[in-house]
Design a protein around this ligand. Sequence first.
Ligand code: SF4
Length: 325
Amino acid sequence: MARPWFFTSAVHPRVRLDQKGLASYNRSMHTPEQLVIRPPSEARSLLVRTVRGCNWNRCLFCGIYDLFGTPHSMRELDDVLKDIDSLREIHRDVFTTAFIGDADPLSLPTEFLVEVLTHLRKTFPSLKRVTAYGRASSLWKKSPQELKDISAAGLDRVHVGMESGSDLVLRFQKKGTSARQLIEAGQNTMVSGMELSYYFLLGLGGREMWKDHVAGSITVINEVAPHFVRVRRLWIHPASRLMEKVTTGEFTEQTPEGTVIELRDLLAGLNADRTYFTCDHANNYLQVAGLLGTDRQKMLEEITSFLALPSDRREAYYRSIPSVI
Ligand code: SF4
């Protein structure tokens, strides 16, 4: 049986050799930079780094870029374009989706972003979808025309960490945005041609602010009616700034059952019929998903049935779900 290419001195079959037997990506001497994180839905995507780390980096609950030792810094446009060329040499045009990072490429000047997207689309013609993370405050600073230009250049979807629609919670967690920004930026994005994915974080209001957390989020989601609402559950990293607030008694972690009740109350208040609602992360206790217009009732029934189980079964179930980011 022939040995796989990676046990031999052969190069990866996707890498072309020139007449001297040199792999073309070695000749270019340019190594593309790697991203720190990407959404689960981009697991099979081509990853392109346009900026390093997070330009905000103050959210109490986050600290992801500190954890990976990645401070925020800008990249030269030329280097990003060279990354794209190298990625093409290494992989060829095999990807149908791409994700650009790190935390907030939408904070980049519009012309920069348009050049990157145009080059990416030209270099990888098989791409059917290109997405990016974006802060609501960055989207809010772009004019409606700029958002349309970015869409026209090839960005199909923005993943936005809404986290909460409550000003109380957003201020406490130092999110650097407001319900008004989330609504205005969201509405402008919705008419730009791009798809919008809002991420909601169960438990972010703790036991003190949870009702406001749910009520404010219902208002924002109903006003914007984003294409997707993706639900995650707060996990407090021991080294995070939020854990310091837990220690000082300024924040009390929501109970597991409290997060399920938050999920139920959130769903009960939503009327954005064309929004796809999904708990598509492993740390959610209940993985309900569906189109709000047709599946909301079914999702609510699933939650209600779970809450009607004997308490020892519910507690055992909570203990079986790992707490992870
Ligand atoms: S949650 Fe997003 S905006 Fe806040 S610090 Fe983390 S990466 Fe930056």
